[in-house]
Design a protein around this ligand. Structure first.
Ligand code: RIB
Length: 293
C-alpha cells in the first residue's frame, strides 16, 4: 500500500491571455472548479495508474470537502482524510494560452494537518509527501516512516529550502528546476543532483518540462525524454509524474521504466484542463508508452 499525505484543494481555474504581473489586473474567460491540491492529485494519479493508495489530508466542513472526497472515491483512492475547523484549501489558478499557469493557494484546512494525524503505518510500503502542509508535519511524518522501515518519497513542491534532517530521511526526492535551485546547490544540473544526493536521498529526480527529466540513482544518471504533446494546461502534470512513478515502482518496475511511464503520464495530463480531471488512466498510459517504444 502507498500512502500519500498532503494537501487537497478546490481549484478555481481561469483562462487568461497572459499571466498577470505584480500589480496588474487581467480579464479572464469563464472559470471552472475542479478537484486539486498536490497531495490529493498525486494520490489520484497513482490510483488511476493502478497503484493501491490511500490519501491522508485535512479538509474543512464545507461543500468543497465533499467534492474533493468524491474525486478521491471515483479514482479508487482510500480516503483517510480528517476534518479540521478551517475552510477546505483552495487554489486560484490562471492558465495562459501557452498552457503555463500561476497558482495562489489559500491553505485553510491543509495547515491543520499535524504529526499526531499520521496513522499506524503497518501495511504501508511507501509514503509520498509534498510541501503544501506544514513543514514540521512533513518532517515528523518522514521521520516516523523512516523509523518504521517505510520508503519515503518527497516531491519538494512548492519551492523552498529544506532542513538537512529531512533530506536525510528520504529515499527519493523529486523536484523541478526552481525547486532544485531553492535547495541552494551550485553547478550544473548533474552537480546539483549529486550535491543533494550526498545529503540523503539515494535517488534524486529533476523534472524539466518539455526537456523530460534527469535522475541520479546512486552513480547512474538517467535522462528520460518528455512525451511530446500539444499542451493545453500544465496544471497537475508534475503531480501526475510523481503518482505514476510511485505506482509503477510499487508494481515492481525498474526505475528507468517507471520514469518513462511517469513522463508519458505527465505529458498526457497536459493535454486536458484541470488537475485531477486531466489525469490519465492506466490503459491510456500503457497504450501511449507502448506506442513510443
Ligand atoms: O500541482 C498543482 C496543484 O497545485 C493544483 O491542483 C493546486 O491545488 C495547487 O496545489
Amino acid at each position: 500500500m502507498i500512502l500519500v499525505a498532503g494537501s487537497a484543494n478546490i481549484d478555481f481555474f481561469t483562462p487568461v491571455e497572459h499571466l498577470p504581473a505584480a500589480g496588474e489586473t487581467v480579464l479572464g474567460g469563464d472559470y471552472f472548479l475542479a478537484a486539486g491540491g498536490k497531495g490529493a492529485n498525486q494520490a489520484v494519479a497513482c490510483a488511476k495508474a493502478g497503484g493501491r493508495v490511500a490519501f491522508l489530508g485535512a479538509l474543512g466542513q464545507d461543500s468543497f470537502a465533499q467534492t474533493l472526497r468524491e474525486s478521491l472515491r471515483q479514482s479508487g483512492v482510500q480516503d483517510w482524510t480528517i476534518t479540521a475547523a478551517a475552510p477546505t484549501g483552495a487554489a486560484f489558478i490562471g492558465v495562459a494560452q501557452s498552457g503555463e499557469n500561476a497558482i495562489t493557494v489559500a491553505s485553510g484546512a491543509n495547515s491543520r494537518l499535524r504529526s499526531e494525524h499520521l496513522p499506524d503505518l503497518r501495511g504501508v510500503q511507501t509514503l509520498v509527501l509534498q510541501l503544501e502542509i506544514p513543514l514540521e508535519t512533513v518532517c515528523a511524518f518522514a521521520a516516523q516512516a523512516k523509523a518504521a522501515g517505510v520508503k519515503v518519497v518527497l516531491n519538494a513542491a512548492p519551492a523552498r529550502p529544506l532542513p538537512t534532517e529531512l533530506l536525510g530521511q528520504l529515499d527519493h526526492l523529486i523536484v523541478n528546476e526552481g525547486e532544485l535551485a531553492a535547495l541552494g546547490q551550485a553547478g550544473d544540473l548533474a552537480a546539483q543532483l549529486r550535491a543533494v544526493q550526498a545529503l540523503g536521498p539515494q535517488v534524486v529526480t529533476v523534472t524539466l518540462g518539455a526537456q523530460g527529466s534527469l535522475t541520479l540513482d546512486g552513480d547512474k544518471l538517467l535522462d528520460v525524454p518528455a512525451y511530446p504533446v500539444v499542451v493545453r494546461d500544465t496544471t497537475g502534470a508534475g503531480d501526475t509524474f510523481v503518482g505514476v512513478l510511485v505506482a509503477a515502482r510499487s508494481e515492481g518496475r525498474n526505475l528507468a521504466e517507471a520514469l518513462e511511464l511517469a513522463s508519458v503520464g505527465a505529458g498526457l495530463a497536459c493535454t486536458q484542463s484541470g488537475a485531477q480531471p486531466s489525469m490519465p488512466n492506466r490503459a491510456a498510459i500503457m497504450a501511449a508508452w507502448q506506442s513510443r517504444v
